[in-house]
Design a protein around this ligand. Structure first.
Ligand code: EPZ
Length: 430
């Protein structure tokens, strides 16, 4: 099984090109089946989650043609089936977007229950509430979600919490329902706005994405489109945090600085210098980081998907930092692994109390999920000595060429498959 081996202690310096946003790409690829015309998607990240979504839509008859590593042409005029249960899709959370897409277009969907990172309970009651309010009958049976409707009719829906998935999923179905839908207390994440822009480019009538209320006028059908996905806020933030933790100097390129503001603001509090231009952010860390406190919140608050990365950086800061996770219940599992590297962190419920240490030391650790996995790689890069990170399949769900991009910034990191390769790496850098 592949793992990363890292020799840490080297400040990362240079420029890194950020790819398209995974969490925008996933619903966009799912919704591409809502038209019989051809859809062209650009700036698509080449990651295992997006590839699983493409396989899922192919499995029901969509014609998927890769026109480049980051571009794809999709034609779903030959879709014959509304049942999705192939093995790939079982592993990803975003399989739930296929319910919204199929239900909207075909008034029928049967999709295996979503998998994804184990970071909390992750119920989908708000999605189901929305589909039901639009007139669908939704049942969970034999491990599948089965949704059907004779007719979908717009409604007024109030979400209990601003769920990204529920906002996008309900938007998708409502865009093809009869009449008007108003969704209140919606998620405002950049990928929610990007998704609404994509659906509008196919002929939907959606207003208010990015605010608390989304208003939709249903249309009968969508048409083809050409669409470029926004840059990935979390990939960019991860490299920004790698600059901070390794006392480096990294410029993230092809980003929307506005989407990174909550991350940049925290890095400034921690003593980093931030320089922003139109589509770049440079992070320079020259001295030991200072402590700060963080609470994860829906956008525009500090993102939960950036919580493990900042905890790793704060583990090396002066003083005591407190990190409160308010979005998911179980997102501190990686702290045990970080402790093996010398971190001093106590987790009490949804709060981590971090007493900064002067350095981490290399250890053998495993990635428990996607973002925590990336955070542990950052820990390895800033640690003294060698670190191995196992279970990197989690990291590959959402970071394209992660180790290659880090190598270009000067990191000593390799993806290895055998003990021989591991020893070779260690000899090279001993
Ligand atoms: C999306 O998950 C992302 N995944 C997650 O990214 C991200 O962490 C999360 O949004 C928050 O930003 C994708 O886009 C595929 P939510 P999602 O619905 O949609 C509760 C990553 O690392 N909730 O916004 O599943 C839920 O339990 C991944 O890229 C309900 O109770 O998250 C959580 O506490 C990990 N009932 C909160 O709402 C529901 O019906 C927010 O979840 C839906 C959600």
């Amino acid at each position: 099984m592949n793992k990363y081996v890292i020799q840490g202690g080297i400040p990362l310096v240079g420029e890194v090109e950020i790819g398209g946003a995974k969490n925008a790409a996933l619903p966009i690829l799912a919704a591409s089946i809502m038209t019989d015309d051809t859809v062209y998607i650009d700036n698509m990240p080449d990651e295992s989650d997006t590839n699983a979504m493409l396989q899922a839509i192919e499995s029901i008859g969509a014609i998927v043609e890769r026109t480049g590593r980051h571009s794809v042409k999709i034609n779903a005029s030959q879709v014959k089936d509304v049942t999705i249960d192939n093995d790939c899709i079982k592993k990803i959370r975003a399989s739930y977007y296929l319910i919204g897409a199929l239900l909207g277009k075909y008034k029928r969907a049967r999709v295996v229950l979503p998998g994804g990172c184990n970071i909390g309970l992750r119920p989908i009651d708000q999605h189901i509430k929305g589909f039901t309010a639009l007139g669908a009958e939704v049942n969970i049976e034999y491990g599948n979600i089965d949704a059907k409707a004779d007719k979908l009719v717009g409604n007024h829906i109030y979400l209990d919490m601003p769920s990204v998935g529920a906002t996008i999923n309900i938007m998708m179905t409502a865009a093809m329902a009869e009449g008007k839908t108003i969704i209140e207390n919606v998620a405002k994440e950049p990928h929610v706005v990007d998704f609404a822009n994509f659906l509008n480019s196919m002929g939907a009538n959606i207003k208010g994405a990015g605010t608390d209320v989304i208003r939709i006028k249903g249309v009968d059908k969508f048409h083809g489109t050409e669409y470029t996905i926004i840059p990935d806020q979390i990939e960019a933030g991860t490299f920004m945090m790698a600059a901070a933790a390794t006392k480096g100097d990294i410029t993230v390129k092809n980003v929307i600085p506005k989407h990174l503001e909550s991350i940049s603001a925290k890095l400034v509090e921690m003593g980093c210098q931030i320089q922003e231009s139109d589509d770049e952010v440079r992070v320079v860390a020259t001295k030991r980081l200072s402590h700060t406190h963080i609470k994860t919140l829906p956008y525009p608050g500090y993102p939960t998907d950036m919580q493990p990365q900042i905890t790793v950086a704060l583990g090396l800061a002066t003083g005591i930092s407190i990190v409160t996770e308010s979005v998911f219940e179980n997102r501190f599992k990686y702290v045990d692994e970080l402790t093996k590297m010398g971190a001093s962190i106590k987790v009490e419920g949804s709060t981590a109390i971090i007493e900064g240490v002067e350095k981490y030391t290399g250890a053998s650790i495993s990635a428990p999920d996607l973002r925590a996995g990336a955070a542990l790689v950052i820990a390895g890069l800033s640690a003294e000595g060698f670190t191995t990170v196992e279970d990197i399949q989690y990291i590959e769900r959402g970071y394209e060429d992660f180790e290659m991009k880090l190598k270009d910034l000067g990191a000593h990191i390799e993806k290895v498959d055998t003990d021989r390769e591991l020893q070779k790496f260690k000899l090279k850098y001993a």
